[in-house]
Design a protein around this ligand. Sequence first.
Ligand SMILES: [Zn+2]
Length: 140
Amino acid sequence: MVGTLHTRFSERTLDRLSAQLMARRDAICRCLESLQLELTDAAEHRDCSDLLDESSVDDADLGTDRLLLAQARRALASTTAALERIADGTYGECATCGDAIPLVRLRALPDTRICIDCSRAIRKHAPEHEDWDDGWTTLI
Ligand SMILES: [Zn+2]
């Protein structure tokens, strides 16, 4: 199975996908750093704003940043996992049904682990399931 998947993509295609994933990983890392800085700043400002009675606004910002941070961490994990799958030859295999994920989907969502049919089925049955979120693409 692993052997057949390796021959599914040309070396050039895999190189391109790896480059895409590595660029994405770098972008996420940069985003994570700035989010962490923002959160630290916000936490510091919070101490002052409590006195000024502006804490409700800051709390909302803080909540959004935390959400983005969690999303970025998940995206980083899935991007790293995708690079590992390229290395071990299982890249492009749907984690749910085992079918080959079409190259066009992988180019659009290089870190995806599932085919479009499984993605639709999961969204339909468990729309709140965060692990399968493809939404990161809207952030970078
Ligand atoms: Zn599938």
